[in-house]
Every structure is written in C-alpha cells, then in structure tokens.
Design a protein around this ligand. Structure first.
Ligand SMILES: Cc1cc2nc3c(=O)[nH]c(=O)nc-3n(C[C@H](O)[C@H](O)[C@H](O)COP(=O)(O)OP(=O)(O)OC[C@H]3O[C@@H](n4cnc5c(N)ncnc54)[C@H](O)[C@@H]3O)c2cc1C
Length: 340
C-alpha cells in the first residue's frame, strides 16, 4: 500500500497535501498498490471526499484524545503503526514544517532513511527520486532502498490534480485502474498505541499573529526591506498602503535585528512569496533569501551597491538609497492618482 499523510483545517485538505496525494497516487500506480490516506485532528473524517477525488480508497482517521492536537513524535509513532498494520511500502507526506517533522520522527522510529523535498519518483528495483536541496538551488537524483520508503513532497513543485485528471501511469499491475477518484474514500478509525514519551512535545496553545493586512504568500505586490533599511520601514509601509493587495516583508537580517516579526521573513526559513512584483529594498540577495521569492514574476531591486548579488537576479534595479527611492515611487503613485 501507499499511504499519504494529509494535513487539513477542519476537514479542508491543504494545497501541499493535495500535491502529496498527487505524487502518492503516481507511486501507487507504478507499484500496483492501493492508495490510502491518514489524517489527524478535529474534523479529519471530513477529508474523505477530497482524498477520494485524489484517488485514495480509504482514509485512516487517527483517534485518541492525546492526538487531536499536534504532537510530532506521537504523530510519527501513529504513522509507523498505521504503515506496519497496512503493509505500507511508501509513506508520502507534504513538505510542510509539520509533514517533515512527523515523517522525520517516523523515520527515526523505523530506523529508515527519509527523503525530503521530492519532486518525482520512478519506481523500479528501488525508488529513483528527484529532490530539491539547498532551498531548490540544487536538484539531486538519488536512489532510495528501504522497506518503508518515506518521502516528503517539495511544496508547490507538483501540480495537484484529481484522479479523474488522468495520469501517464494510471494502470495498477493487477489491472485495476488506480485512477478510481470517483466518490469519497472509505473512513476507517485507527487508534494507535502511543506512549507517554511520545507526548513530550505537543501543542498546548495557539497564539494569533498580530500581523494585520494581506498575508505575504497571497500578496500581489510585496515590498521587502533588509538591513539596508536601518530599521526604518515607514517608507516601505507607506508604499505598500498605496498598492491594493500589497504587503511588507523582510530579510532574516532585519528579523534578527528585531526590526520585523518572523512572520514577515521571506526565504528558506521564512515565507515563500509569489507576487506579480517583489520590490526588494536594501536586501543583498543571499541565496537563502532568494529561494523564498523565486515564485515572484518580477523583481525590482533597490540597492546602493551595484555589485550586490540581487542586482544580477532582479528584472529591474535602481541603484540608490532606498530612503530616497521608495518615497519617490510613492510620490509618483500619488501623482497618478493611485493613493487611497
Ligand atoms: C540556514 C540559513 C537560513 C537562512 N534563511 C534565511 C531566510 O529565510 N531569509 C533571509 O532573508 N535570509 C536567510 N538567511 C540569512 C542570509 O544568508 C543573509 O544573511 C540575509 O538574507 C541578509 O539579509 P540582508 O540582505 O537584509 O542583509 P545584508 O546582506 O547585510 O544586505 C544589506 C543590503 O542593503 C544594501 N543597502 C545598505 N544601505 C542601503 C540603502 N540605504 N539603500 C539601499 N540599499 C542599501 C547593501 O548594499 C546590502 O546589499 C539564512 C542563513 C542561513 C545560514
């Protein structure tokens, strides 16, 4: 069997999990194994219709009072037990923080290797995988040989497609179409045997972010500021306020300085953005920053240093002081009647 771990919000499956289901279905089709899903938390049974549309025959809904809220090691234990009980040969998880953490715990418990950030799998004698490393700046081809193959899917590198959308490898070896996808998956309760030690780390409370406005990941325009702002974001905020669906972001250096909250950080260890335009002001363009904005359609760099790495990567560049350039852009927008 191939088991896909799905994350959801009250039964609404998130996008990266749908991508994981799509890759898992492809693996299932290649191996001739059925596809099933496993889901934790409140409302997990509500995923049945969506995962069914993606080709899962059954969803294992994990039960247990201690497992309603996130507990990475306990979730890892549950995934292992579910995989063992169902004779799973591959577990595919979304490459989210939680997906990666749960699968890493599962790998440790199974004493198996886990392959992260996978974008493609060719199943032969072993699993030939393609995966991203260093935030997507290196593509690695590797061979995975394990009794239980553990994979996380690189976020937003695979298009999620429902089973009816077709797949080049749609036939299972037993002749049954792996492209079921018609109707909801069967719901099957699964009660793992979790030990106290598995609950050392668990979610005890949720704090709402105090960041207001458009989320970075959804913004049409992002105005990012780095160390070059010297901590003064007023000009960037004023520019963002003038543009519909715009948000202010930052580099990690600015977060480390305490100038911006971590929610604003763009990059490998921050938000991934995909705006129509990313205005990067006072940001040098370190690779760890650029992997967070590679989804941007256009990049405008504002930097005093013509040799800064970001100048080579930007579509346009203004060589100058951001404290002069950014207010001048706002002024131009006002002249053109774009102010609120
Ligand atoms: C494991 C790891 C993960 C990381 N993850 C991230 C991440 O997720 N996101 C991230 O951003 N970084 C990340 N980093 C840090 C990254 O390597 C860089 O250190 C960081 O991005 C630099 O931030 P910066 O560009 O703001 O600062 P700097 O590199 O100091 O660049 C400041 C820039 O501002 C320009 N400047 C100065 N004054 C002005 C002015 N008045 N007007 C215009 N330009 C001006 C300078 O010419 C310079 O180019 C990570 C590093 C590691 C090791």
């Amino acid at each position: 069997m191939v088991l896909a771990l799905v994350e959801h919000d009250g039964g609404d499956v998130d996008d990266v999990s749908l991508q994981a289901l799509t890759l898992a279905r492809d693996v299932a089709a290649q191996t001739g194994e059925p596809l099933e899903a496993v889901a934790f938390g409140a409302g997990a049974e509500g995923v049945a219709e969506q995962v069914g549309a993606y080709g899962a025959e059954t969803v294992r809904v994990v039960e247990g009072d201690d497992l309603v809220d996130y507990a990475p090691e306990a979730y890892g234990r549950a995934v292992v037990q579910c995989a063992e009980e169902t004779g799973t040969e591959a577990v595919v998880a979304p490459g989210t923080d939680r997906g990666a953490e749960v699968l890493a715990h599962a790998a440790a418990k199974l004493n198996e290797t886990m392959a992260a950030e996978v974008t493609d799998v060719e199943v032969g004698d072993s699993y030939e995988i393609t995966r991203q490393r260093w935030g997507g700046t290196l593509i690695e081809h590797a061979r995975l040989t394990a009794d239980t193959n553990l994979l996380t899917v690189a976020p937003n590198e695979i298009s999620a497609s429902e089973a009816s959308g077709g797949s080049p490898r749609a036939e299972r070896s037993d002749g049954v179409s792996a492209e079921t996808g018609d109707g909801a998956a069967d719901v099957s309760a699964f009660a793992p045997d979790v030990q106290d030690g598995d609950l050392r780390v668990r979610l005890t409370r949720v704090e709402e972010s105090d960041v207001e406005g458009v989320p970075l990941g959804e913004a049409r325009v992002v105005v990012g500021g780095g160390r070059g702002t010297d901590g003064d974001y007023s000009a960037l905020e004023e520019l963002a306020e003038r543009i519909p669906n715009a948000a202010v972001g930052s580099s990690r250096a600015a977060v480390n300085e305490g100038w911006r909250p971590h929610d604003d950080q763009i990059g490998q260890t921050g938000a991934k953005i995909s705006p129509e335009i990313y205005i990067a002001a006072g940001i040098s363009g370190a690779v760890q920053h650029m992997v967070g904005c590679k989804g941007a359609e256009n990049i405008l760099a504002v930097n005093t240093d013509p040799e800064a790495a970001i100048i080579q990567k930007a579509d346009w560049a203004v060589i100058g002081d951001l404290h002069e350039v950014i207010p001048a852009v706002s002024e131009k927008l006002d002249d053109r009647g774009h102010s609120e």
